[in-house]
Design a protein around this ligand. Structure first.
Ligand SMILES: CC(C)(COP(=O)(O)OP(=O)(O)OC[C@H]1O[C@@H](n2cnc3c(N)ncnc32)[C@H](O)[C@@H]1OP(=O)(O)O)[C@@H](O)C(=O)NCCC(=O)NCCS
Length: 179
């Protein structure tokens, strides 16, 4: 059975191995990122950052982003999940989920070709399982003030703006009890 036409789950959660999620059109797999995913992660971030309403352009080249994600993955501090369909990387989320402390979403990016197919929501849901497992009281993230679509995405997932900023970025949170 190929990933493209399967709608059935193949594992319980990312915490064990991987999960197949139905999307609007076909299925994709969510699993932990591996070093071989880094080049595609950097490509997706650069493409999707165009839709982020950034006040300043992303100031990393593709090569620099590869290095950033390589270091993050090696640090042991970050958990990175990817949504894939076959060899195609559709999106990713990078989080920090310290035990009994607030969790943080560093980045969530979906390849613009696959926007609005539930991929971002599925990545976020899997990340929230990790936050809950690590008993993070809240999940915190920063959003560009002009990223109205990203804000809609987070609002729909139960996050809210707390009227505080980090530099120019809006701080949004979600209580873990509602995750
Ligand atoms: C934000 C992002 C991760 C959403 O990923 P996605 O896979 O397209 O999102 P989903 O399909 O799971 O959308 C879930 C819901 O969020 C809202 N939403 C997402 N994208 C939206 C858009 N462009 N316009 C309006 N609402 C949107 C909708 O309510 C949507 O549900 P619906 O399609 O049933 O109406 C993706 O658009 C992206 O990578 N954007 C650029 C980077 C970014 O902004 N990251 C987040 C801020 S750090």
């Amino acid at each position: 059975m190929s990933e493209a036409n399967s709608n059935s789950a193949n594992a319980s959660a990312v915490g064990t191995s991987a999960k197949l999620m139905p999307s609007g059109y076909s299925s994709f797999l969510i699993r932990r990122a591996m070093p071989d995913d880094i080049e595609a992660i950097a490509h997706v971030e650069i493409a999707a950052a165009e839709a982020e309403g950034r006040l300043a352009p992303l100031d990393f080249s593709w090569l620099e982003l590869c290095d950033v994600w390589h270091k993050r993955m090696l640090s042991g501090k970050f958990e990175v999940l990817v949504a894939v369909q076959g060899t195609n990387l559709l999106g990713f989320i990078g989080i920090i989920a310290p035990r009994n402390r607030d969790g943080f979403i560093q980045a969530i990016y979906v390849d613009p070709k696959y926007f609005r197919r539930g991929i971002g929501s599925a990545l976020l849901a899997q990340a929230e399982l990790i936050f809950a497992r690590n008993r993070c009281p809240r999940v915190v993230l920063y959003v560009e003030p002009l990223n109205h679509n990203g804000q809609r995405f987070y609002r729909r997932a139960g996050y809210h703006y707390i009227n505080k900023n980090f530099r120019h970025l809006n701080i949004w949170v979600k209580e873990i009890s509602s995750c």
